[in-house]
Write a protein that binds this ligand. Structure first.
Ligand code: NAD
Length: 439
């Protein structure tokens, strides 16, 4: 699970050799540690004339104690592009990033704010707003040194609901998230978030939490003050109990594919905790084979655990979710780009995206959000088992030249789970270091 190449490349002699040979140089990523400030230095905030977001973003940064002047080095470059109404209006983006690209610190952040093309008043405006995707994705691939770049589309009327997303993207919590397009929609209200204890009073269920990504999700949600119920198959009971003890949570041994799993789960949550606020569908399996060689059992098992069980659990738990409830499903970049030998897995993970996108409008009137995270190459036992060559390709072929850590997926889920993320629903956010392979 350790990336020996990255450790070598960051050592004294390694750094020189990697540079001389032109090999990938994985930067040390800026990850969040408790007590860290939001950013490491001043933030430059600019925008095209007529933008809607300068005021709300400036206010959020000021409340967070972030300096908006200073330089010459900036920890983040934020550009409000909501005032751009046609393609000629894209020029200020060139001016801004041309002038400031070199002044961004290592591990810095680029955030471009736009209007969702579907909400634009004219085809010309929609065209220019859609163009922002190409800019941010290219910056993510160009800047290097652990910097990230995102486009955040903010619907008209949602200007006051951006804080939670901006804080996530500016902080070290989003270290392995880059090249993403995030959509914030209008909501009737978004409760004030206590940024130090965002999940205080919430009960969270995390499936597949005995190890790997699920255990990391449980730890981060507990750090953010949720009461966490960790669930896994009985065979993983010991490891599950260790995770539950470590975070002061509750362990629930249950095979999600059992026909009575949804009703047992609902009954257990109600009897032990009286409610559930956050459901994280993380449990997943692989049974890799090319489709010609795959058995029907291998196909069925993967679809059942990774997709159908999520649907059945949702049917049982959605009626229990209060206003402000959250569902977060773990998909995969394989579900977006496809992957050789993973027809079953990619089908299930693409299905998860369909589930999230089709359920989001249905759950919106209930005040419940549903989103997916799609991890790329994450350093876990699952990826440690891959053949060396495939593992090295997975690790290096992204803008960070390294695999992500389970905590990177967990931090993304914690952002989506936060009360302040009420306007974020139906999104699919990749946690893949901006993987170069893809659809
Ligand atoms: P993992 O195998 O380490 O953990 C998955 C957990 O799910 C295990 O503890 C397992 O016992 C549990 N589980 C499996 N079937 C279950 C069932 N029927 N009922 C209850 N629990 C069950 O895997 P991981 O690498 O931590 O992956 C977690 C999630 O992230 C999965 O959905 C996986 O598909 C997804 N993912 C992982 C990667 C990666 O690089 N590791 C990449 C993309 C997506």
């Amino acid at each position: 699970m350790s990336d020996r190449y990255a450790s070598f490349a960051n050592s004294g002699p390694g750094r020189a050799l990697v540079k001389r040979l032109g090999l990938p140089a994985p930067p040390v990523l800026r990850r969040y540690h408790s007590g860290d400030p939001l950013v490491t230095g001043p933030v430059m905030l600019a925008g095209a004339p007529g933008g809607r977001l300068d005021g709300p973003v400036r206010k959020m940064l000021t409340i967070a104690g972030v300096a908006l002047d200073g330089g010459p080095r900036w920890s983040a470059l934020v550009f409000d592009g909501t005032g751009i109404v046609d393609s000629a209006g894209l020029h200020p983006l060139y001016e801004f990033f041309h002038a400031n690209a070199r002044s961004l610190t290592s591990g810095g952040r680029v955030i471009v704010l736009g209007t969702p093309p579907a909400a634009c008043a004219s085809p010309r405006e929609a065209t220019a707003q859609r163009a922002l995707e190409g800019l941010t994705r290219s910056i993510g691939k160009e800047f290097g040194r652990g910097m990230t770049a995102q486009l955040v589309y903010v619907a008209p009327g949602a200007e006051e609901f951006t804080d939670s997303t901006m804080r996530f993207l500016l902080s070290g919590r989003s270290a392995y998230v880059s090249g993403q397009v995030i959509r914030i929609g209008q909501v009737s209200s978004s409760p004030l978030t206590d940024w130090d204890h965002p999940l205080e009073g919430k009960v969270a269920l995390v499936t597949g939490a005995a190890q790997g990504i699920g255990a990391a999700i449980a730890r981060v949600l507990a750090r953010d003050c949720a009461r966490v119920v960790v669930l896994d198959v009985p065979a993983a009971g010991e490891a599950l109990a260790r995770v539950a003890n470590e975070i002061g949570g509750t362990a629930l041994q249950l095979d999600l594919t059992r026909p009575d799993a949804p009703s047992t789960l609902a009954a257990q949550l109600l009897s032990r905790h009286g409610k559930v606020d956050i459901v994280v569908h993380n449990a997943g399996i692989t049974r890799d084979k090319t489709i010609a060689k795959m058995s029907a059992e291998q196909w069925d098992a993967v679809i059942d655990v990774n997709l159908s069980s999520q649907e059945r659990i949702n049917d049982a738990l959605i009626p229990l979710l209060p206003e402000g409830g959250r569902i977060i499903s773990v998909s995969s970049t394989s579900g977006i780009a496809g992957n050789r030998g993973q027809t079953n897995y990619a089908t299930s993970k693409a299905g998860v995206i369909g589930l999230v996108q089709s359920m989001a409008p249905i759950l919106a009137p209930q005040g419940v959000t549903i989103n997916a995270v799609a991890p790329g190459f994450i350093e876990t036992r699952m990826t440690a088992r891959m053949p060396l060559a495939a593992r090295e390709v997975g690790r290096r072929m992204n803008s960070m030249s390294q695999g992500g850590l389970p905590v990177d997926v967990a931090e993304t889920i914690a952002w989506l789970a936060a009360p302040g993320s009420a306007g974020v629903t139906g999104n699919v956010v990749r946690v893949c270091g901006q993987m170069w392979l893809g659809a």
